[in-house]
Design a binder for this molecule. Structure first.
Ligand SMILES: [Zn+2]
Length: 208
């Protein structure tokens, strides 16, 4: 089994570094179990981190890092809106189910965040959460050799990989405003044309 660790935690800076950008002179650790990683720089295979034990999987590491991204930030995109949050907690028990993260959002109060890397959120889990607001972020289609910046972006800012439950609870913020602005702008433009025509009637007709 050839398991590739997507990121290594650099010894000195603690920064997560993608294997492609890793430096042979540095020491790296598994971001999940902290085991020392070996950087393989093969001629045939792409540069990658090797993990001696088989307990951490690529998916588990991506899942754990995605949770960490939620914990270390304070806002997330849903459809056309930004949800701002405080007090993020990971691996929190809600109604006897383990939620990947729970945040206190300004707009929705408690918001459960579920990160899907392998198994999608089940109807049963949603039912167990009762009527709480849940945001599922689906990372199943992520490319394998991604950077930490891409992962962060996919977790926080891709409006196309997430679903808000219950759907009817989500309030689309900017769309109604945009429509309202467009209507107001249209009305103002027509009114200005009318006023202009009243104040400065076109003289061209009088020529004939
Ligand atoms: Zn590990």
């Amino acid at each position: 089994m050839d398991f590739k660790v997507p990121f290594g935690r650099q010894n000195e800076t603690n920064a997560l570094v993608a294997s492609a950008l890793a430096d042979k002179e540095q020491q790296y650790f598994c971001p999940l179990c902290n085991e020392t990683l070996t950087l393989k720089d093969g001629k045939i295979k792409a540069k990658h981190f090797a993990h001696k034990r088989g307990e951490c999987t690529y998916d588990l590491i991506i899942h754990a890092l995605a949770e960490q991204v939620i914990i270390e930030n304070s806002n997330i995109i849903v459809e056309d809106s930004v949800i701002n949050y405080v007090n993020p907690l990971k691996e929190a028990m809600i109604n006897n189910r383990r939620a990947d993260a729970v945040v206190d959002s300004v707009e929705y109060g408690n918001l459960i965040i579920e990160i899907t890397v392998t198994n999608p959120l089940t109807d049963q889990k949603l039912k167990d959460y009762d009527n709480l607001n849940v945001l599922e972020i689906d990372l199943r289609s992520l490319e394998k050799n991604l950077s930490i910046e891409t992962l962060t972006d996919q977790v926080l800012s891709n409006p196309n990989n997430r679903t808000f439950y219950p759907k009817e609870q989500f309030v689309s913020k900017s769309k109604p405003d945009n429509i309202a602005y467009a209507l107001i702008a249209g009305v103002v433009a027509i009114a200005m044309l009318l006023i202009k025509n009243i104040l400065f009637p076109s003289k061209s007709k009088k020529r004939y």
